[in-house]
Design a protein around this ligand. Structure first.
Ligand code: PLP
Length: 404
């Protein structure tokens, strides 16, 4: 049983109004709203536990450390990692990819080596590699897609050379909603002896993700997209890989011993966590993961799939509707344009009706170039959205269309 009314009641913001209209929040791919339990866990920790973690001898510091490390265990369990040594806390997906591009680039890559990414990557899975390309003269190779928004796996296979050092691809596109066949793509990379980074920013909130089943070498995501707080995220890395990489930033926490002559580094995962961690944020993230786990990731996936199907069918009845991304496997994201109405105008007018959608290039300008457009309107659903909200969206678009 998926009790949507009970779920909605957990999110206080959903009952507010915008311009005198009930809020219809359809910008979940950008960030999700927070259930009361997450906000309360954060507040409670500030009110009754707060102390800096690790090495503290006093009661509060030990309690805060226990909470922080218990959160790491919650993340481990959520993605089925083999060990908490493989769970590095970061500020989010972007920092996780930068950490990896920088350290992997430093330790493993030489000038002339190659990274494979796809045409549907978010800028955060393009630019860190380009920065590395500038520093180290490495090359980016790009997996193309068909017009439905599906990656061309034959072309992918052809991109491998003996200079390919890593593949970094998004699990679910934040624009097209395409669910890439990531397990198969990982197996292909491994057949060439190449490790694989999964950008799971848009999959973790919507489906069960098992890093051991996927055999992912690295996997990254953000807390705020999975009903957790902003400013905290995760880099999962296989222990054998993380052990090969140098530290990212220097400072407290990441060291074992410091002298002016020689400094040694802490063990995993602390080697990659310089400075005071966001130990309150990790508590919030763990609470959010507990929250979605209690509903059940498979139930969430089924509910959202059904909702997205309904929305797609309804949207297609609107004259002049063009949907971008019609992959066979699709997540809960719908990008569209109607006639020649500018995406920005559509978004602004929908906002006046209380409907929050995102407009623009969605941090995927190379993908926009491939599609031959400047931007889209994007409706993205979360576990609390309803068919009634889809109906409000459709009526809103029809109203805006008539104005033009
Ligand atoms: N990757 C994908 C697929 C995304 O959708 C996003 C955010 O929209 C990111 C990476 C970047 O996430 P963050 O801004 O939380 O670091």
């Amino acid at each position: 049983m998926y009790n949507i009314q009970k779920i909605r009641a957990d999110f206080p913001i959903l009952s507010r109004e915008v311009y005198g209209k009930p809020l219809v929040y359809l910008d979940n791919a950008a960030t999700t709203q927070k259930p009361r339990c997450v906000v309360e866990a954060i507040t409670d920790e500030y009110y009754s536990v707060n102390a800096n973690v690790h090495r503290g001898v006093h009661f509060l510091s030990q309690q805060a450390t226990e909470l922080h490390e218990a959160s790491r265990e919650t993340v481990r369990k959520f993605i089925n990692a083999g060990s908490t040594n493989e769970i590095v806390f970061t500020r989010g997906t972007t920092e996780s990819i930068n950490l990896l591009a920088s350290t992997f680039g430093e330790a493993i890559m030489s000038p002339g080596d190659e990274v494979i990414v796809s045409v549907m990557e978010h800028h955060s899975n393009i630019v860190p590699w380009q920065l590395l390309a500038e520093r180290k003269n490495i090359k980016l190779k790009v997996i193309p897609m068909n017009d439905r928004g599906e990656l061309l796996l034959d072309e992918y296979e052809k991109l491998f050379t003996d200079r390919t050092k890593i593949v970094s691809v998004v699990h679910v596109s934040n624009v097209l909603g395409t669910v890439n066949p990531i397990k198969e793509m990982i197996a292909t990379a491994h057949a060439h002896g190449v490790p694989f980074l999964v950008d799971a920013a848009q999959s973790i909130p919507h489906m069960a993700v098992d890093v051991q089943d996927l055999d992912a070498d690295f996997l990254v995501f953000s807390g705020h997209k999975v009903y957790g707080p902003t400013g905290v995220g995760v880099l999962y890395g296989k222990e054998e890989w993380l052990n090969k990489l140098p530290p990212y930033q220097g400072g407290g926490e990441m060291i074992q011993h410091v002298s002016f002559e020689r400094t040694t580094y802490n063990e995993l995962p602390f080697k990659f966590e310089a400075g005071t961690p966001d130990y309150i944020g990790t508590t919030g993230l763990a609470k959010a993961l507990d929250y979605v786990s209690a509903i059940g990731m498979d139930k969430i996936a089924a509910y959202e799939h059904e909702l997205t199907e309904y929305a797609t069918q309804r949207l297609k009845t609107i004259p002049g509707m063009r949907i971008f991304g019609e992959a066979a496997e699709k997540g809960s994201v719908i990008s569209f344009l109607v006639d020649d109405i500018h995406h920005f105008d559509m978004g602004t007018l929908l906002d006046r009706l209380g409907i929050a959608v995102r407009t623009g290039h969605h941090c995927a300008q190379p993908l926009m170039q491939r599609l031959g457009i400047e931007g889209t309107v994007r409706a993205s659903f979360g576990l609390y959205n309803t068919r009634e909200e889809v109906d409000v969206l459709v009526a809103g678009i029809e109203r805006v269309s008539k104005m033009f």
